[in-house]
Design a protein around this ligand. Structure first.
Ligand code: NAD
Length: 444
């Protein structure tokens, strides 16, 4: 990705000669020039102490690279992969077998290089047996919510991945840490900043890692936008405009019950606006202003809000203008407007697949628009692999519990502003960049 980025930046800087073919030709060279093996070898001295089962080390990766059949112009295609053998991978227990776990997370293990599913936790034994059979998980590794703590004595489980309704995250993160397991927790981290702090403290006390599953921060298109924002390639980002809307269905679902969700569209999808604004800029907002809107008499929104419009002000002077809604057809996009003749953004930005980055730059009287093609990656495999690498190398994940806690504080400030007719609410002034992030993901 660094190579892709450099090439794109060079092309953009070089003027009107930019075209898709040139991008692909050069990108191919960039990818092949990246030595994944070299990167991994440098990690061989990692501290893998405290892991159950066979010692796991990134030095054990196996690389198989056939000779390429492609002309230089086609070499953006990946040839061969570098992966850990199965017995050296980090074993995950998936907790909660709902839409996300079954539709995205478990299938994503097929693209994983460092992780594998080894156990399931579900309240429905029959469903769990069927899913276990699909993924080659032995029935002895099926747990329920009552005997969950027995995972302590299962050395195959290194980490758990919490994919339960939001209000259940705290209980299962704390229990997992007490059982001696690392924890990857779905977003939103939980339903309050107080609860987020309890989760962080429990993992620290147990000496276990905690990561919040902010998949967008590991996704290549969004990472390119982040690098453009940070490098100021189009100038300083002054304004971000970001929307995340979808039309929610069944009024009986937990997302519409405040005790289980913590809120409506804000913690579920508005969180993408918040977290991505922060990720793109690397900054923390010092002020938020918000209003909520709910269609009168819509039976879906008796307990939680339908839509939130909110602004975030950042120390650099950048302004982010965001909308999230549970009441309109699916659309997820953002655009960053900079002060040196250009803008860039993604549409769609937050979907599981099919993301598209776009940019526009003025050069004299000509404005060049482009839609670079970046190889697509399975987002859930990227985030699970990053956490697996951090466990093996004993590093702080890029999106640790502190990153989730900060979003909880911002959401509380947004609700406070909305409850006071949009009055600005101040947050702690933080002037450092990437204040709550850990080790950046390895780029390949
Ligand atoms: P879901 O309703 O489809 O699945 C939830 C699972 O929890 C089900 O298996 C359900 O049986 C189980 N469960 C246990 N106790 C429950 C209870 N009291 N009430 C309801 N369900 C209970 O939800 P989901 O869409 O899979 O979401 C799970 C988590 O994943 C949420 O925190 C959500 O925000 C997050 N999520 C993240 C993404 C992403 O892109 N990262 C996408 C969707 C969901």
């Amino acid at each position: 990705m660094n190579s892709i980025n450099q090439l794109l930046n060079n092309m953009l800087a070089g003027g009107g000669a930019f075209n898709r073919r040139a991008f692909l030709e050069n990108t191919g060279k960039g990818i092949l020039a990246t030595s994944i093996i070299g990167e991994l070898a440098s990690c061989a001295s990692s501290d893998a102490q405290g892991l159950a089962g066979p010692v796991k080390s990134l030095a054990d990766t196996i690389s198989v690279k056939p000779p390429t059949q492609h002309a230089p112009s086609e070499q953006h295609q990946e040839t061969g992969v570098t992966v850990l053998p199965h017995n050296k991978r980090i074993g995950y227990a998936i907790v909660g077998l709902g839409e996300l776990a079954l539709g995205q997370i478990l299938p994503a293990f097929s693209a994983s290089k460092y992780a594998k599913p080894v156990a399931l936790v579900s309240g429905d034994a029959e469903k769990a047996k069927k899913v276990a059979a699909q993924y080659g998980i032995p029935e002895k590794n099926i747990y329920n919510y009552q005997n969950f703590d027995d995972i302590r004595s299962n050395p195959e489980i290194d980490s758990v991945y919490i994919v339960l309704p939001n209000a259940m995250h705290e209980e299962f993160v704390v229990r997992a840490a007490k059982a001696g397991k690392h924890v990857l927790c779905e977003k939103p981290m939980t339903t309050s900043s107080k609860s987020a702090q309890i989760m962080i403290d429990a993992c620290k006390k147990a000496g276990k890692k905690l990561m919040v599953a902010y998949r967008i921060q590991y996704e290549p298109h969004n990472r390119m936008a982040m690098q453009w924002a940070r490098s100021k390639h189009f100038g300083n980002v002054k304004v971000i405009s970001s929307n995340n809307v979808q039309n929610i269905g069944n009024p009986a679902q937990w997302r519409l019950h405040k005790a289980l969700s913590g809120g409506g569209s804000l913690p579920d999808i508005g969180l993408y606006n918040i977290n991505t604004n922060r990720f793109l800029l690397g900054e923390e907002p010092h002020t938020v202003m918000a209003t909520t809107h709910t269609t009168p008499n819509d039976i879906r929104f008796k307990e939680v809000e339908e839509a939130v419009m909110f602004q975030m002000l950042f120390p650099s002077g950048a302004i982010a203008n965001n909308t999230c809604s549970y009441g309109a057809h699916n659309s997820k996009h953002y655009r960053c407007y900079a002060d040196n003749g250009g803008w860039f953004g993604l549409d769609p930005a937050f979907d599981y697949a099919g993301l598209q980055i776009e940019a526009s730059q003025a050069q004299g009287k000509i404005e060049t628009k482009m839609q670079p093609l970046i190889p697509e990656k399975k987002q859930f495999a990227l985030e699970m692999d990053h956490f697996a690498q951090c466990i093996i190398e004993n590093k702080v994940p890029y999106t640790p519990g502190e990153e989730g806690l900060q979003d909880q504080k911002i959401m509380e400030a947004i609700y406070e502003s909305a409850a006071n007719n949009g009055k600005p609410v101040k947050l702690e002034m933080i002037t450092t960049l990437d204040t709550f992030r850990g080790t950046p993901p390895k780029e390949d």
